[in-house]
Design a protein around this ligand. Structure first.
Ligand code: PMV
Length: 315
């Protein structure tokens, strides 16, 4: 039996930053994202007569070290659903690293869905979201399109994403600005752990997210794009304040990241709609409208010669 599944990546407007249970990937707070239309992972799962999983990523066989995370994940799936067969996984990422989006969200969502189909587990979308979350927290949200909220929950069964509006009729696009950087990446897992452990502001983050989630949901319902932009940018900056205030301090920002944040402020002063959101890396995702996007893109490309820009819409 072989089945294929596709999942799209998402960008968090209200970020997930901190696990209260590392093993189950239970977050301290809810988070809220926008699924995009351009970047996705296609994953094929086939049952094989072997006592080991065989993992191909982008047509390359992964060695033990590189496939460990996926094999550990498949062990969790086997344990959850009490079966013993192993898989050959063929996963192709259409999330170019040059687009600056993480592939773990679409990757684990597609893997969970492919295994569900191949093993005929008949999981509903909530159960699929739970299964995807066990691979990567943000993957729980990639089970749905549009605006999605991940409910933090208290145990495996109560931590899942749910759609807010899967087909929003709203004028928002995302311009990803990819910074060419040699910076060594601190994984989101390590970054979260250090922030929770040592930022004096972590308790405030939990309070802030709780209120910002409610505010942004109201803004989404009213299609108040300016409010959505303002809340998203403030939330992202607050997340990065947790890394700067950790002890020892660290940051995902590169010099160009700061420059782009300033450019976005300049654009707003000129009356052009642009708000920043930044994940666990130096690249900036700019929330634009259809009208502002070409202006923002041209301005950024004029001001910075060593960046690439990629456009995505709601998916
Ligand atoms: O799902 P992870 O472990 O890759 O963590 C995602 C963390 C952020 O992208 C920074 C925020 C988010 O909610 O997606």
């Amino acid at each position: 039996m072989t089945r294929t599944a596709r999942a799209y990546t998402n960008i968090a407007l209200i970020k997930y930053w901190g696990k209260k249970n590392k093993q189950l990937k239970l977050p301290y707070t809810n988070s809220l994202s926008l699924t995009l239309d351009r970047f996705y992972t296609d994953t094929k799962a086939s049952i094989v007569d072997s006592d080991q999983d065989i993992i191909y990523l982008n047509q390359q066989l992964l060695d033990d070290a590189h496939s460990k995370r996926i094999r550990n994940y498949l062990d969790i799936v086997r344990q959850f659903y009490s079966f013993s067969e192993h898989f050959q996984i063929d996963s192709v990422n259409h999330v170019p690293t040059s687009a600056g989006f993480a592939s773990s969200a679409s990757g684990f969502a597609a893997l969970a869905a492919a295994v569900n189909e191949t093993k005929q587990l008949n999981l509903n979308r909530r159960e699929l979201s739970i299964l995807a979350r066990n691979g990567s927290g943000s993957a729980s949200r990639s089970i749905y399109g549009g605006f999605v909220e991940w409910i933090a929950g208290n145990d495996n069964a109560s931590s899942f994403a749910q759609p807010i509006d899967e087909h929003p009729d709203i004028d928002l696009s995302i311009l990803s600005v990819v910074i060419d950087t040699q910076n060594k990446k601190i994984s989101s897992t390590v970054g979260m752990e250090n922030s929770v452990k040592s930022s004096p502001f972590y308790p405030n983050w939990v309070t802030l997210v709780t209120s910002e989630i409610e505010e942004i949901k109201q803004a989404i319902a009213k299609k108040d794009i300016q409010k959505i932009g303002e809340i998203s940018e403030h939330n992202a900056m607050s997340m990065h304040a947790l890394t700067l205030s950790a002890n020892p301090s660290f940051t995902y920002f590169a010099p160009e990241t700061i420059r782009i944040i300033q450019i976005i402020q300049e654009l707003r002063q000129k009356g052009i709609f642009a708000y920043a959101t930044i994940d666990a890396g130096p690249n900036v995702k700019i929330i634009c409208t259809k009208e502002s996007l070409p202006k923002v893109q041209t301005y950024i490309e004029q001001q910075l010669s060593n960046v690439t820009t990629v456009v995505a819409n709601i998916g």
